[in-house]
Design a protein around this ligand. Structure first.
Ligand code: SAH
Length: 344
């Protein structure tokens, strides 16, 4: 099935010409889609064109459920093929951040994450990733010129660099001046560490904030909790991160989910300092969200750990867990709802 939201303006122009329509219709269709509307609702498109477009997937995604928390809204979306994915909108003082998913499920197998429990179901297309932005912007009453989402983080379910081409296309679409024109600087891409794809990102789309899910500075431990570390070891990963920083001049962010007895000791903090020495970077400590299928607890040493890093001169924050009151950790809400539906 062809998804129209996958197309940029030039591709849409080719498409409408192929339908035997004048080129200027492309912009009208694109505007209609980016506002979250269906062509049949449009007042500018002629009935004959609307009829032709009925054969295509125009909006590949719709909000299936919204759950409002204190400073966040959690969304479940239904894809056009019936799959369910999730995302979260966070209200910050500086604007609204949308966390988007890039895959249905995930095949990375990290031991603390709920998204990967069923493996990878399928990749999302560029238009399906963009569709999350479109749907939530509309939900907030936003338009193209007056969009209500300022920042994007690719931190929902899935591993963005395991769906490389579609993610790059999404980044191009969402930053396109014919579209939402989001600044690269306001986009963070979070990866478990597929080093060779980080190298490619530095060539194909430099400028987005690179966020690495590090979680431990020790290779052996990392292999245990993040299987991808067997393919790309820490040396290789840090090398790619350094190259990315050099190429883009932007600091990298390391995410570090603190797990009781796994990565929260004095030794861990010291090794983290050694590993990141000389890199322009920031450490984001994350309390572990409890996942009932996993036998892991969050650390009760978070403040000490932070203090220790700061004492060694590192830039560090503890992520305030916006959305943890509404199952904000990736994959958890989807599983809960799928489980509920199974019981029905
Ligand atoms: N695959 C990408 C992006 C998705 S995960 C990545 O690995 O970065 C987004 C972030 O949430 C990652 O840092 C991930 O390690 C973290 N995360 C996963 N499960 C978590 C949990 N139960 N509690 C806290 N953080 C978790």
């Amino acid at each position: 099935m062809e998804i129209l939201l996958d197309k940029n303006l030039q591709e849409m122009e080719q498409f409408v010409i192929g339908l035997g329509e004048p080129k200027f219709r492309a912009k009208q269709i694109l505007n209609c889609l980016l506002l979250g509307n269906k062509p049949k609702e449009s007042t500018t498109l002629p009935a004959s064109l609307k009829a032709k477009l009925a054969d295509y997937v125009c909006q590949p995604i719709k909000i299936y459920r919204d759950i409002k928390g204190k400073n966040a809204v959690k969304f479940l979306y239904e894809l056009y093929d019936g799959n369910i994915i999730e995302g979260i909108l966070m209200y910050h003082s500086y604007g609204n951040t949308l966390c988007v998913s890039t895959q249905v499920g995930c095949r990375m197998g990290c031991k603390f994450c709920a998204s990967t429990l069923d493996g990878l179901i399928r990749n999302l297309s560029a238009g399906e990733i963009l569709g999350q932005f479109v749907a939530v912007n509309k939900y907030l009453g936003g338009t193209l010129k007056d969009r209500k989402i300022t920042n994007i983080v690719l931190m929902g379910s899935g591993e963005p660099l395991d769906n490389y081409d579609n993610v790059i296309k999404f980044l191009k679409l969402v930053t396109d001046e014919n579209g939402f024109n989001v600044s690269k600087r306001n986009i963070s891409l979070s990866t478990c560490g597929i080093a060779d794809k980080i190298d490619r990102l530095a060539d194909d789309f430099p400028g987005v904030v690179l966020t690495i899910s590090l979680h431990t500075p020790f290779q052996e431990k990392r292999q245990e909790i993040m299987p991808i570390a067997k393919v790309y070891n820490l040396d290789k990963l840090m090398n790619s991160v350094q190259k990315y920083i050099e190429k883009t001049g932007r600091r990298a962010v390391f995410e570090y989910t603190l797990i009781d007895g796994v990565n929260d000791s004095v030794k861990d903090a010291q090794q983290l300092r050694i590993l990141t020495k000389g890199l322009i970077c920031h450490i984001n400590l994350i309390p572990l969200n409890y996942v009932k299928e996993r036998d892991l607890k969050t650390s009760n040493n978070i403040e000490n750990f932070k203090q220790q890093l700061e004492n060694m001169g590192m830039s560090v924050t503890v992520r305030n867990s916006l959305g943890s009151d509404i199952d904000g950790a990736c994959g958890q809400l989807r599983r809960k709802v799928l489980g509920e539906n199974k019981d029905e």
